[in-house]
Design a protein around this ligand. Structure first.
Ligand SMILES: Nc1ncnc2c1ncn2[C@@H]1O[C@H](COP(=O)(O)OP(=O)(O)O)[C@@H](O)[C@H]1O
Ligand SMILES: [Mg+2]
Length: 362
C-alpha cells in the first residue's frame, strides 16, 4: 500500500495541445494518503476517468509526475503498479464459476492452490459471496457481478489502491447503499486506499473521508465532507455540494464596506478592489425564519413551500429583490405568501470575491 501523489500533473488527449482548452486535466497537485477513502466528484466530462486511468497506468500523462510512496511510476506499466480498477459495468468471465473469477488474478501470478483457496474464501466471506462460489458467474445479478469485479481486486495482497469508476451505476438504490457500506467496512478492515468516482454528491459525501470536487479538468476543492459544506472555497463548490445549493446574494462594495441589499448585512473589509465582484454565500440550512420584529437578515415573502419529507424547502423573495432558499423542519406551520423575518448566525455567512472565498469568520 502506498501514498499516491500527483505532482504538477496535466493531461491532454490532443498531441498538438496548445491552449488550456486542449487539456482534459489542467495542471494539478494532489496527495492521497495511504489507507483513506476518497471520492472524485464532478459533472460528466470533467476528467474523473482520465485521472483514474493515469493512476492505474492506462493513460500516460502528458505532463508532470505520478509518485507512489515518493517513487516515480509515471512511466511504469500497469502490471508494476498493483492497482485494482473496478469499472462502471462489471467485467467478469462468463464461462467461469464465481470462484474461478475471483481466483483469476492469483492464477495469473502463479500462486499455489492452497494460497488461492485461502484468499478466495477470505474475499468471498468479506463480500457475502461464499454460497455462490461454485455457481456460473453469468447466472448472478448485476449487483453480484460488480461484487466479483471488486473481489478480483481484493484477492491480491499486494494491491496499492482500489479505484472504482462509477461502479454503482448499474446497481439498484438499496443495494448501492449496502455496497457503499461494505466498501467502507473493507477499507477499515484492510486499510486499502479506495478512490470512488461518482457524479452523485450524496454517494461521495457518505463514502469518502475526503472528496475531490472537479470541474472542467480542474480540482476546485479537496476536503472532508464537513469542510466542503462549511467552507466551500469557491461558488462552484458551494453550488455543487448541498441540496438545495448554497444561496449567493450580490454584495455592493462602497469603499471597503460590503452591503447586501434588503438584508441589512454590512461588513467592513480591507483592500477590496472596486472592479471585482462580491457575493454573500449562505447555506439554506443556517437561514432561520423569525418574527418580523426579530429579523436580523431582512424581511421576505414566502413564494414556494416544497415538502421533501422530514424537511421543507422554503423559497423566499425579498421585495423587488433576489430569491433565497431555506431548509427547515418547521415548514408545516408556514403559509404561502406569508411575510416573515429572517435571521442568520453571523459566523455562517461567507464572502466571495470573483467567486473565490475571502472571508468565512465574520
Ligand atoms: N480517449 C480519449 N480521447 C480524446 N478525448 C477524451 C478521451 N477520453 C476522454 N476524453 C475527453 O476528456 C475529457 C474528460 O473525460 P473523462 O475523463 O472521461 O471525464 P469524466 O470521467 O469526468 O466523465 C472530456 O472532454 C472527454 O471528451
Ligand atoms: Mg468517467
Amino acid at each position: 500500500m502506498a501514498e499516491i501523489r500527483l505532482k504538477n500533473l496535466a493531461h491532454s488527449y490532443n498531441p498538438a495541445h496548445q491552449t488550456e482548452q486542449d487539456y482534459a486535466l489542467k495542471p494539478l497537485d494532489l496527495t492521497w494518503e495511504d489507507g483513506k477513502t476518497y471520492a472524485l466528484l464532478g459533472p460528466s466530462g470533467c476528467g474523473k476517468t482520465t485521472m483514474l486511468n493515469i493512476i492505474s497506468g492506462l493513460v500516460k500523462p502528458s505532463e508532470g509526475q505520478l509518485l507512489f510512496d515518493g517513487q516515480d511510476v509515471t512511466s511504469a506499466p500497469t502490471s508494476k503498479r498493483n492497482i485494482a480498477q473496478v469499472f462502471q459495468f462489471p467485467v467478469i468471465y462468463n464461462t467461469m464459476s464465481v470462484a474461478q473469477n475471483l481466483a483469476f488474478p492469483l492464477v495469473c501470478r502463479k500462486y499455489s492452490d492452497k494460497d488461492i483457496k485461502f484468499q478466495v474464501d477470505k474475499v468471498a466471506d468479506l463480500l457475502d459471496l461464499t454460497e455462490y462460489l461454485p455457481m456460473a458467474a453469468k447466472k448472478l445479478t448485476a449487483d453480484q457481478k460488480q461484487l466479483i469485479s471488486l473481489g478480483r481486486g481484493l484477492v491480491r495482497e499486494d494491491v496499492n489502491a482500489i479505484l472504482l469508476d462509477e461502479p454503482l451505476t448499474v446497481i439498484d438504490p438499496q443495494m448501492k447503499f449496502e455496497l457503499r457500506r461494505k466498501l467502507r467496512e473493507i477499507n477499515k478492515r484492510s486499510g486499502i486506499t479506495m478512490v470512488l468516482v461518482t457524479h452523485d454528491q450524496n454517494e461521495a459525501m457518505t463514502f469518502a473521508d475526503e472528496v475531490v470536487v472537479m470541474q472542467d479538468g480542474r480540482v476546485m476543492q479537496s476536503g472532508t465532507p464537513e469542510i466542503l459544506f462549511e467552507q466551500p472555497q469557491n461558488t462552484f463548490v458551494g453550488y455543487f455540494i448541498g441540496s438545495p445549493p448554497m444561496n449567493f446574494l450580490p454584495l455592493k462594495n462602497d469603499n471597503g464596506i460590503l452591503t447586501c441589499d434588503h438584508t441589512g448585512f454590512s461588513q467592513k473589509m480591507d483592500k477590496l478592489p472596486s472592479k471585482d465582484q462580491y457575493s454573500l454565500g449562505i447555506r439554506p440550512e443556517y437561514l432561520k425564519i423569525t418574527e418580523q420584529q426579530n429579523a436580523s437578515f431582512g424581511i421576505a415573502k414566502i413564494i414556494q413551500i416544497d415538502d421533501i419529507g422530514i424537511d421543507g424547502i422554503i423559497t423566499l423573495s425579498f421585495e423587488d429583490g433576489p430569491h433565497i432558499k431555506l431548509k427547515t423542519r418547521d415548514h408545516k406551520s408556514l403559509h404561502l405568501n406569508g411575510i416573515v423575518g429572517l435571521s442568520m448566525p453571523p459566523n455562517k455567512s461567507l464572502i466571495y470575491q470573483n467567486n473565490n472565498l475571502i472571508s468565512s469568520n465574520i
